[in-house]
Design a protein around this ligand. Structure first.
Ligand code: 6R9
Length: 710
């Protein structure tokens, strides 16, 4: 491989987007290289794909990638139209494969792919795979919270279940274009519900079951669903959470505010809570198990236009109000399926497990749609990774012979920490066996998502979890992008720990400076994308203007991701984290403004400012500066009740780790909070606080430093 590096350089220079990386070989060949199969000794090593792996991979070489990438950029219409032809279309799209305007100076932002094409994503996930002879293949393996509790569905059985629910929805007045709120944990009923909505053209909006009643109200008020689908309770580890109570209070609050939902379909999760113990509103609630089995297992598909909406997913931004990201059917289908196939080098014999919850985009694109479109066998896990102990993940890997394992750096780091403790005592030695006492032989490809993966976690993931045998696809993408944007294609090029490497087919990432000038070749700046791709989101629900201003006006002509990125001499991309007011805690996107507004809604909080600080396991943690109202003094009770306020307004996952009492906040004379200073104080980089002379009251900083550890 190494001897071919100079050719790769030559090839790189021929590709439109990568033309500015002139010197791939000198730097890469200086790095110490190992071949897949050998352990990594240091974080700076380079891993060359092994001959065996490459030979069997969909993209076996860098040259092949370059040829495909070049075509995807130079002739997107033909590249994507060939790719889309692998799916079932009732009617093919029109003459124009896509149309786009990403330049706000030229008018409204507009992206369309395969317009006029008529299809259905549920049909492509289920019926198409069944027709091609895979009806008896396992579609979903479900592993319950308690070891030993499991279930599975073949593609045939899944279609039956989806059709029954789809018929129920139709009979209850849910029509094409109507929205459906889904507030379910990782039960099989969650993908079943998503697919049933898609089957009848309804727009699902899954709300992560860790969100609070207030968050649910906000989403119900925004999208006015015909029905809410939930379950009575969930068990996560030893904890039981009563979801139905949360839904009840959200529904009653929404109806007081003018949006009443007439139907709440509730799955009885009797392992967590008995039906009898569940509060019930007869005229509104229906038990899933009582009504759904009555329906026919045959349900005709509602054929929809490629540009008809498939789902809404709310995500955090820089303001307090979550954004309803809208994905449409055709482009999203083609893009999620294709990225899944290539980035994980998926083969029909693979068993695939993604640890994400379907409440986030990763669960939409890479638990449900992407894998099912490929006819894959997917593992769904209801519980938490450390229950009953830290070996649970590997127990699941061995049990189902998982070959592709896709997770988040935060999980890798938390498991790595357990392993590291091994050296300290005998007890911890047993803990270390959490990884090595399981075989994990079935693993073939590993994946990472949600935040930058630090090289040492990468190395541990590669050396220990994958036994130095499995490449790692560090996939950079976002709720907005629908699918992978920058990702390794295992087998096609050398990997370097911590780099998401190169763009996927059809994606032209650009790095721009503060002024929006494109940095060609090596450099560091804001990560944007120059063109559209089929999986791109099309708008924000009922707020196209916010879509245009948030994503397309900072750097006119480009989609702005909100992330920082550097590109090295060899064209490898290194994501550096968010550059806006979004914090990434354990791979969850949380807007600082949302947490601040939850804090200031507390009657004893006058003002709050929230920043993210580096955290060894979670990536970042939430650090809040809080000024109580006049006359209220700091107390442990107040601290607790402020945290509770965040839990009730957003959800437990957004609770600040630290409340820092602040007699005042550092503000400029025009009243703008200087977050730069707060970040330095929060991370205790006190010598780097910098110039405070522009502050209205520079003494505030000294006071804050004094109170830092009180
Ligand atoms: C898929 C998902 C998106 C934000 C994104 C970035 C961060 C995701 C990453 C990554 C570095 C990766 N992010 N994957 N950063 N390397 N491989 O997580 O979507 O919840 O919308 O978050 O997550 O900061 O902007 P979403």
């Amino acid at each position: 491989f190494r001897s071919r590096l100079p050719d790769m350089v030559k090839n790189l220079t021929t590709v439109h987007h990568l033309r500015h990386q002139p010197s791939l070989s000198p730097r890469l060949s200086k790095l110490k290289a190992v071949t897949l199969g050998e352990p990594l000794a240091s974080d700076d090593d380079l891993i060359l794909p092994s001959h065996d792996f490459s030979q069997n991979a969909h993209v076996p070489s860098f040259e092949k990638y370059l040829a495909m990438y070049k075509r995807s950029i130079e002739d997107p219409a033909s590249f994507w139209s060939d790719t889309a032809s692998e799916f079932y279309w009732k009617k093919k799209w029109g003459e124009q494969v896509y149309s786009e305007n990403l330049d706000i100076r030229k008018g409204n932002i507009n992206i369309e792919w395969f317009k006029g094409g008529i299809t259905n994503i549920c049909y492509n996930c289920l019926d198409k795979n069944i027709e091609s002879g895979n009806g008896d293949k396992i579609a979903l393996h479900w592993e319950g919270n308690e070891p030993g509790v499991d279930d599975s569905l073949t593609y045939n059985q899944l279609l039956d279940k989806v059709s029954q629910l789809a018929n129920y929805l139709k009979e209850n007045g849910v029509r094409k274009g109507d929205s459906v709120i889904v507030y379910l944990p990782m039960l099989m009923e969650l993908p079943i519900t998503m697919l049933a909505c898609a089957r009848i053209g309804a727009v699902h909006s899954v709300v992560f079951a860790g969100f609070s009643a207030d968050s649910l109200v906000q989403r119900i008020m925004d999208c006015k669903p015909k029905i809410v689908i939930t379950c009575n309770a969930i068990k996560r580890g030893k904890k039981i959470i009563n979801l139905k109570d949360i839904v009840d209070s959200a529904l009653s609050e929404s109806s007081q505010n003018g949006v009443s939902v007439g139907l709440c379909l509730t799955y009885a999760n009797e392992l967590a809570m008995k039906k009898e113990a569940t509060k019930w509103q007869k005229e509104r609630d229906a038990w899933w198990q009582d009504v759904i089995p009555e329906y026919s297992t045959k349900c005709d598909v509602e054929w929809v236009d490629a540009e008809d909406p498939l789902f809404l997913l709310y995500t955090s931004g820089s303001t307090g109000k979550p954004k309803g990201v809208v994905h449409t059917t055709g482009g999203y289908m083609v893009y999620t399926a294709t990225t899944f196939k290539y980035a994980f080098d998926y083969k029909p014999s693979d068993v695939y497990w993604c640890t994400a919850d379907c409440g986030w985009i990763t669960g939409h694109s890479y638990v449900s749609y992407g894998p099912l479109l490929n006819g894959a066998t997917v593992v769904l896990y209801e519980g938490v990774p450390n229950y009953p102990d830290f070996g649970r993940c590997w127990d699941i890997v061995d049990k189902y012979k998982v070959s592709i394992f896709y997770t988040a750096p935060t999980l890798v780091r938390s498991l790595m920490r357990e392993g590291d403790e091994a050296n300290i005592s005998i007890l911890c030695f047993i803990k270390m066996q959490c990884v090595t006492r399981y075989s994990r032989k079935s693993l073939r490809v590993l994946g990472s998502v949600g935040e930058p993966i630090n090289p040492s976690a990468w190395r541990w993931f590669y050396n220990v979890v994958g036994d130095s045998r499995c490449p790692i696809s560090d996939t950079w993408w976002q709720t907005e992008t629908g699918g992978f944007m920058i990702t390794p294609l295992p087998g096609a090029w050398p990997q370097i720990p911590g780099s998401a490497t190169f763009p996927f087919f059809g994606v032209q990432p650009v790095i721009v400076d503060e002024k929006g000038k494109e940095i060609e070749g090596e450099g560091n700046g804001y990560l944007c994308v120059k063109n559209s791709w089929p999986g791109a989101f099309r708008t924000l629900y009922k707020d196209h203007e916010r879509y245009e201003t948030t994503y397309f006006s900072a750097f006119p002509g480009f989609y702005f991701s909100g992330d920082g990125c550097s590109r090295d001499k060899d064209g490898y991309h290194w994501l550096t984290g968010r550059v806006d007011d979004v914090i990434n805690v354990s791979g969850h996107r949380i807007g600082t403004a949302e947490v601040e507004s939850a804090l200031v809604s507390h009657p004893q909080c006058a003002e709050a400012a929230v920043v993210g600080v580096d955290h060894e396991v979670k990536g970042q943690s939430i650090y809040a500066f809080v000024t109580p109202v006049e006359g209220v003094s700091y107390s442990e009770d107040l601290r607790k009740s402020l945290i509770l306020s965040v839990r009730t307004h957003i959800g437990a996952f957004a609770a600040p780790d630290k409340i820092h009492w602040a007699p005042g906040l550092p503000k400029t004379r025009s009243g703008k909070i200087m977050r730069r200073i707060l970040r330095k104080i929060a991370s205790r980089q006190l010598d780097e606080v910098g110039d405070t002379s522009t502050l209205a009251d520079p003494h505030v900083v000294d006071q804050l430093i004094k109170l830092a550890d009180s």
